[in-house]
Design a protein around this ligand. Sequence first.
Ligand SMILES: [Zn+2]
Length: 85
Amino acid sequence: MTGSRAAAAELRCSTCGQSYGAFSWTELPTVRILTSAEVHEHVTTWPEEMVVAVRTCRGCGAPMARTAQHRIRPFAVERIEPVGR
Ligand SMILES: [Zn+2]
């Protein structure tokens, strides 16, 4: 159970072995962001604020996935329609 903290801070490409830190990872081109709702289709216990970011490796172009905290925007909350019109 060692190295789990380092693995969280650094991401290594499984294809070419290039590693990225937390900052250089965010500068890689984004393929897509899986929202928590999309992940919920496959994983039952998943935090609402967690998303999965898929980015392209700069060394070989392979896609890499990493979880990220997604700040919940108050504007994204469903609008409540008035009842009894
Ligand atoms: Zn790579």
